[in-house]
Write a protein that binds this ligand. Structure first.
Ligand SMILES: [Zn+2]
Length: 409
């Protein structure tokens, strides 16, 4: 049995029944995109399949992929074009090795990525140099050899180049786009910050959000949803509900800042603080108060877990996992914003604060203060079409990099 002491404090851990332990382990297996590789005892304890090795063989007319498993498990293949990719999902599995670290030189496969798109699914994405026809089959354990999933990528010439994204799925639970929920701050009776020339935060946030949504929707494998599409009030709770209903993979809230000194300027990227605690920084605390206008957020996606102890532990761990991912996401956004013309960076690092709209524990959530409306130059920029576009491009690029790195799309 795995030692849960590495993730839980001693007191909590010692009180768990064997069933509770297993439920916690299963919950953990569903997280941890950043630290995918789990020890053998882990999969065993959670009763999941564990991928122990992945290999690639090159034949003249095809390339063969072999996944070594601990037990037979469901899988699905999804073929995507423009660019050509084959997605292999192994269900009810954890990774004992990271498929993306496999070394190879192959005439068909260009690059391998991996990730956890949904709880308990290990996804490997093969980026291809050419059109293929995939076929797959299971091999039972024999002698020294473990159960294996074999996937052949059979080269097809010419014909495969036809455009159109017709996914070829072997399973009804076909893969879906990565869903990014964009949240334009404020709206309706709540204007948010107001600039020196009367520019309202709610308006610029919506304009940039719409541009960002268009860019994300034009990216292959991505879908954007907005928490509001016009000038009306949406409670913070409802914003998070929208994200939940769409099963968002990412949540990004867009705002514009204000300060009593006109000299304050720049873009900042925020994630939730540990436990949603208020920031020790006075200026950030004032910002928290403004952004947390009306309501508190409750409820988690773990409602299927009946045991309150297990649910509490998993909620805690889920939040920790989401925070880890939000940090990675925030860094990608900052990296892109830094390289955007006219953009000043206010804080060089992803800042933590107690923003209520970031409190959904089950998805990485980020809040971006695009610029200061109380700074003359930045207010003008925020109204400018091409600058709004540049901001949206940076945010789209950072989103794409984050999602690609997790193998989700
Ligand atoms: Zn705001």
């Amino acid at each position: 049995m795995i030692n849960l002491k590495s993730v839980l404090d001693k007191k909590t851990e010692s009180k768990l029944s064997p069933l509770q332990r297993r439920q916690v382990l299963q919950g953990i297996a569903a997280m941890s995109v950043g630290s995918m590789v789990l020890p053998p005892s882990f999969a065993h304890a959670a009763r999941l399949n564990r991928i122990t090795d992945v290999r690639m063989w090159t034949a003249p007319d095809h390339t063969r992929l072999v996944f070594d498993l601990e037990r037979n498990t469901r899988h699905q293949l999804l073929q995507l074009r423009n660019p050509n990719r084959l997605v292999v999902d192994l269900m009810d599995s954890v990774a004992g090795v990271d498929p993306a670290t496999m070394g190879f030189s192959d005439p068909i496969v260009n690059r391998v990525r991996s990730g956890i798109p949904r709880p308990g699914i290990i996804r490997t994405v093969f980026e291809l140099k050419t059109g293929i026809k995939p076929r797959s089959f299971f091999l039972k354990a024999s002698g020294e050899k473990p159960p294996r999933l074999v996937v052949d990528l059979v080269r097809v010439e010419g014909k495969s180049k036809t455009p159109g994204d017709q996914p070829v799925s072997h399973d009804r639970t076909a893969s879906r786009d990565a869903v990014v929920v964009i949240d334009p701050g404020h709206g309706g009776i709540d204007p948010g910050a107001v600039g020196l020339n009367g520019t309202k935060e709610k308006d610029v946030a919506l304009q940039v959000a719409k541009r960002l949504a268009r860019k994300i929707n034009s990216m292959d494998g991505f879908k954007a949803e907005l928490t509001r599409k016009g000038d009306y009030f949406v409670s913070l709770r409802d914003r998070v509900s929208v994200a939940r209903n769409h099963q968002a993979d990412l949540f990004v809230s867009l705002h514009a800042n204000a300060f009593r000194l006109q000299s304050a300027k720049g873009t900042s990227v925020y994630m939730l603080s540990e436990g949603g605690k208020p920031s020790p920084d006075k200026a950030i605390r004032r910002l928290e108060q403004r952004e947390n206008s009306s309501d508190l957020i409750g409820g988690v996606k773990l409602s299927h877990v009946a045991d309150p102890t297990v649910r509490g532990i998993l909620m805690d761990l889920t939040q920790r996992d989401s925070l880890n991912r939000a940090l990675v996401y925030g860094k990608k956004l900052l990296g892109e914003l830094k390289d955007t013309p006219q953009v000043n960076i206010h804080f060089k690092k992803v800042k933590q604060a107690g923003f209520a709209v970031l409190k959904a524990p089950d998805m990485p959530s980020i809040l971006v203060e695009l610029a200061f409306l109380t700074n003359k130059r930045e207010e003008r920029l925020l109204r400018n079409d091409s600058h709004q576009n540049a901001l949206a491009s940076a945010l789209a690029a950072g989103t794409k990099k984050f999602i690609r790195a997790t193998g989700l799309a």
